[in-house]
Design a protein around this ligand. Sequence first.
Ligand code: RUB
Length: 356
Amino acid sequence: MKTIQQLTDEFLEQKLALPIWFEDGTLKLLDQLKLPFEEEVYTITAVPELADAIKNMNIRGSGAIGISGAYGLYLAALNSTGHEQSIREAGALLKSTRPTAVNLMKTIDEVLSIVNGKGTELITKVEQKVVEILERQLAFEHQLGEHGASLIKDGDTIMTHCHSGAVGGSGYGGRALSVIRKAFDLGKEIHVFTCETRPYLQGARITAYELKKFGIPHTLITDNMSAYCMSKGMIDKVVVGSDRVAGNGDLANKIGTYMHALAAKAHSVPFYTATSSHTIDFSSESGESIEVEMRNAKEVTHLNGTPIAPEGTNALYPSFDVTPNDLITGIITEKGVVSQPFSQNLKALELEKTFQ
Ligand code: RUB
C-alpha cells in the first residue's frame, strides 16, 4: 500500500484544491481565514496546533475537519514514536474541537479502532488506515457528484449556502460543489447562486473563490435574498452540504439552511443535501439530539475584526441549524440519491456497512 507521502504527492499532481496535506514530516494547511485574498499555507508540527486551527476555523468544513482528524492521529503516532496512549489522547483533543460535524468524530473513531501495539508497527498501521480514509473520502466526492449531477438539467440555476466544496472537503468539490462541478464538467449549462453566509461569509469568501477557480458561472447574493429569488423563478434547485444527517433525514448544516429550505418548500423548489455515508449518523434518531455549536457572539458584532454594532450589543451565534426532513426532497450520497421516507430508505441503503 501507498505511504501518506506518496498519496499526498499524487493528490498534488492531480491539482486538487487540498485543505490539508502531509509534507516532510509535518502537516501543511491552507489558511481558510485568509481566503479569498491570500493563499497562505500554515505548517503544523504538533496536534495541539492542529486542534487550535480547527477551533479557530483556519481549517473548516465537515469533510476537511474529518480528514484533519485522521492526519492529526498520524502526526501523533509519528511524534510519539508509536505510543498508543498518546495517539488516543490526541484523538480526544481533536474530537473536542467542534461538536456538530459528525465526520470528525467518526473518522477519529475509525482510526482509533485499529490503534493497538507500539513503535514502528503502530505508526505503519495508523498510516495505512489514514491512507485508506483519504482515498475513500476523495472517491466519495466523485461518486456523489455523479449521482447529484444526474438531477441537474441543462440551463438550471442552483442555489447553495455556505461552503461545501473542495477546501472544505478532500480537494475535488466536497459535497454540494462536487454535484455542481460534475454537472459543469459534464458540459451542462448551469449557473450558481451562492449565499454569502453571515456571519462568517463562507459563501462569499470560499464558495465564490472556488466557483471562480473552476470557471463556473455564478452570482453572489446575501442570505436574505433567497426567498425573493425563488419567488421570481430565478432558482431551479437548492443543493447544500451537510454537517450531520440524522437517521430520519433531519439535516444539521450551516445556520440559514433551514430558512432557505422553508422558502424552497413555499416556492416548490427542490431542496437537496449532498452528503456521504460517513455523515449519516444513525445514533441521532432525529435532529433534536444533534448538538448545535454556539460560537463567540463577537463573530456577529464584528466583521473581520471591525465592529458593526454599538459597543456592548448582545448577539447570538448558533453556528448551525436543523432542517426538518419534510423540507428535503432528496439526500445525495455516494451510493445514490435517497428520497422519502428517509428513515426507511437510509437504512435500506445500509450505508454504515461500508465502515464495518
Ligand atoms: C461549514 C458548513 C457547511 C457544511 C457542509 O461550517 O456548515 O455548510 O460543513 O459542507 P463551518 P460539507 O464553516 O462552520 O465549518 O458538506 O462540505 O461539510
